[in-house]
Design a protein around this ligand. Sequence first.
Ligand SMILES: [Zn+2]
Length: 80
Amino acid sequence: MPHPGLRGSPGGGATMEAMDEPLLRVGLELTFVVAVGGMVWAAVRRIRTGLIQVPRCGRCGRPTSRAYPNCTRCGGPRDP
Ligand SMILES: [Zn+2]
């Protein structure tokens, strides 16, 4: 995972003594937000790909929409 917030430090010395520098603190906070956001996004992707399955029509077997109780192609009932 890249760390875009730590790239702009002069001299390349990102030590703990420079914590009172406001720019570095903003960069660290930005890195933290990006890391947490990436973790949440990955979890959402995992849930969507793993738990949400495409509903299929019970009559023609083609994938249909969950918004309609019947198949949008043949009008038959969906699989439960
Ligand atoms: Zn159908």
